[in-house]
Design a protein around this ligand. Structure first.
Ligand code: PHE
Length: 450
């Protein structure tokens, strides 16, 4: 059975690689990875994260692209079609629902943070950080997040811009990403150069790469694993829906490796740029979601042409966030178009409004409701924990189980068409046993069952 996507196809393999990399590389790499690595003690956390990318992330990404391309519809409908094809339960389509809800929830806070990056474009450009001290930079950040109206305004702007692109169809995205990725990489390398020269580079490197397992908690391991899903955009249908627009001839294996490599490189570069600045200024690596906003402006405030580079950096960060947020909402929009027979425009308005509304909770959790906590977590913390640490790994395991156990080997061999038999066998072993088991063990350990 061959399906054809009603939303069209990517123009080429490169277009898909660019879009999927655009989805993967985002705030997760530059904003989230450094601060969670900082909160969890560095080295050991980074090692576990890299391991998760390799043995869980890469195989599941291949599985997710494969299911998308075979189903050729929104994740909900693709899963239903594929389950029917494999004579399995129709309830597999619930996996699509889990993803759609996770996407809404993630985008609701993602947009708020992307709004911070937008606000920082203006701040850096205005030169307020020139010659600023670490205290001064932290103060500017604290004042900013304490103002709910400002955060709300930027969050709203970001949502509008995102929904406008989605309304026009994500396949127009490829052109933007083509310029964005190399530029972002260049500026990150520049920042690492600054960190080498002026930061406590050795201290930064040893923090990131010297594994000290005594600092690891089982909660930290869960965060590292959850982040592997988050950063690769896995477990919620984003990569599945992009896969559904993928032409049949493209090799899934090598494409996945490229995306995984690019994503990991950006995260490590961000870490290498940030931690030397943290240590050179005696700052706290565990200072939380504000970390990049409290460190990088110091670098921009002291380097030659810092305001220009800084402005460019935050513009690129906004674009990177943008190309990710589009993929967060695309599964929902594709489903509304398919099942509710709405136009793309109307679907976007509805999906966007709901997400925007939930985002207000995150806006307030940094100021007015910062003290309202549940098990010590604010609204933002809860959303982040629920989506990245629970929903994405859960969705990912279901994808792995479906690809490994439910779909026939005959079909998966054909879809993946890996050049070597042992590669296919390794993949199958990983999705059948290793990924599901690893996720279950980490889950159980984090709730102290084992
Ligand atoms: N991978 C994106 C990032 O690192 C976030 C994302 C998660 C996008 C899940 C889509 C789906 O910023």
């Amino acid at each position: 059975m061959r399906q054809i996507s009603q939303h069209g196809e990517w123009s080429s393999r490169l277009a898909f690689i660019l879009a999927a990399t655009g989805s993967a590389v985002g705030l997760g790499n530059i904003w989230k990875f450094p601060y969670i690595a900082g909160e969890n003690g560095g080295g050991a956390f980074v090692l576990i994260y890299l391991l998760c990318i390799l043995i869980i992330g890469i195989p599941i990404m291949m599985a997710e692209i494969m299911l998308g391309r075979r189903g050729r519809q929104s994740p909900i409908n693709s899963m239903r079609t594929l389950a029917t094809e494999a004579k399995a339960s129709r309830y597999w389509s619930w996996l699509g629902w889990l993803g759609v809800i996770a996407g809404f929830l993630i985008l609701s806070y993602y947009s708020v943070i992307a709004g911070w990056a937008m606000a920082y474009v203006v701040r850096v450009a205005s030169g307020v950080f020139e010659g600023a001290t670490a205290d001064g930079v932290s103060h500017i950040f604290a004042t900013f997040v304490a103002d709910p109206e400002k955060l709300l305004a930027w969050h709203s702007l970001f949502m509008i811009v995102t929904m406008l692109v989605v309304a026009r169809g994500v396949k127009g995205l490829e052109r933007t990403v083509k310029f964005l990725m190399p530029a972002l990489l260049a500026i990150l390398i520049l920042l690492v150069g600054y960190a080498m020269e002026r930061g406590a580079f050795e201290e930064g490197v040893s923090f990131l790469f010297k594994a000290d397992f005594t600092k690891m908690t089982s909660e930290g391991v869960l965060t590292a694993m959850g982040h592997a899903f988050f950063t690769l955009s896995l477990g919620m249908g984003a990569i599945m829906v992009y896969g559904s627009y993928l032409p049949s001839k493209v090799s899934i294996g090598s494409t996945t490796m490229l995306i995984g490599l690019a994503d990991t490189m950006v995260a490590l570069l961000a870490g290498l740029a940030i931690f030397p600045i943290v240590f050179a200024n005696s700052m706290e690596p565990a200072s939380g979601p504000g970390l990049i906003f409290q460190t990088l402006p110091i670098a921009f405030g002291h380097m030659a042409y810092g305001s220009i580079f800084g402005t460019l950096f935050f513009i690129l960060l906004v674009f990177a966030a943008w190309s990710s947020s589009i993929s967060l909402i695309e599964p929902a929009v594709a489903w509304l178009v398919e099942n509710k027979k709405m136009s793309r425009m109307r679907s976007c308005i509805w999906a966007g409004l709901v997400t925007w509304g939930v985002g207000i909770g995150t806006v307030l959790s940094f100021n007015l409701t910062a003290d309202v906590t549940f098990f010590g977590k604010t609204f933002f913390d809860i959303l982040d924990y629920l989506t990245a640490n629970i929903m994405l790994p859960l969705g990912g395991v279901c994808i792995a189980v479906f690809a490994g156990w439910v779909m026939s080997e005959e079909d998966s061999v054909k879809e993946l068409s890996l050049k070597r038999q042992w590669l296919y066998k390794t993949w199958l072993f990983l999705v059948k046993f290793i990924s599901p088991l690893a996720v279950v063990i980490v889950f159980l350990k984090s709730i102290d069952v084992i």
